[in-house]
Design a protein around this ligand. Sequence first.
Ligand code: CAA
Length: 309
Amino acid sequence: MAFAAPQIVRGFSSSAVRNVVIKNVTIIGGGQMGAGIAQVAASTGHSVTLVDTSGDILKKSIKMIEGSLKRVTKKKFSDKPEAGEEFIKKVVQKVSTSTDAESAVQGSDLVVEAIVENLKIKQDLFSRLDKLAPPHTIFASNTSSLSICDIASSTNRQDRFGGLHFFNPVAMMKLVEVIGTPATSQDTLDSLLDFSKVLGKTPVSCKDTSGFIVNRLLVPCMMEAVRLYERGDASKEDIDIGMKLGAGYPMGPFELADYVGLDIVKAVIEAFKTKDPNNPLFDSSDLLNKLVAEGKLGIKTGEGFYKYK
Ligand code: CAA
């Protein structure tokens, strides 16, 4: 992972927003995804402001970033540990934190939102930020399941609004889904595609449909695994082994659900159901709902389908 200033060369274009070179990025939401996006953006030379509602949450976010950077550098700088330490220091210095989203966006070229999967909360946030961010600033949501169009409708910059969907763990997963709505300008899409490449990721494009590409396939697969288990057809351990050894998945569906967070899986499937109520693939699961109600959300709470020490 190189530590170099981002360079994006863009051609002439006829739309109102031209030549947006993304240098300053504001990430709203310091959870796993927000912290991961901040880490990768800072590692590739961007100045990052990470925003959340409290200093304590942001301290945890920085700890997460440092922890992940240590794992990355252990491999990348295996023969030069001092260079690794230096790299971590430089990257962390590139991330500032704030609890004031309105101020943070004022110097931003790109705002990436990675907060709770709640349409109203996302709309309220973007509506407030829209009034303060400079005209050239692009807004993007990392939503897993909600419609970008619905989120963007709360702003007056729908041409400068898109989806930028990362995967967990952001430091490792090479894919970014870039989502355009009918209102998203080509310049905005190009900027988001370029930004993803500067991060060292491979972008794919998708229309603003439920779950985009990956979650539309992955989350129903996880739900089918839960249903298979609920029916007593196979144990969760055997289903996980089956998908790892028989389908080449790096994690089985139960391991992955625990890794992503059962609250997230539940929110995604519920959002799909809202858009397409008659599709049986989007039916809820009593077991998943029970675990979430008990606060057993997976690795992050110490228990989900499996227990973690
Ligand atoms: N940060 C930095 N490096 C990491 C890391 C992290 N968070 N996680 C793993 N690594 C690197 C480290 O170098 C690690 O070695 P160390 O343990 O010595 O540090 C190495 O990868 C191997 O890691 P693991 O031994 O833990 O396990 P692994 O080989 O199985 O790799 C994995 C871990 C990359 C997560 C892999 O299991 C995997 O690809 N799993 C599938 C993940 C996936 O499908 N993600 C998408 C989820 S869906 C989503 O995110 C979208 C949504 O909207 C819900």
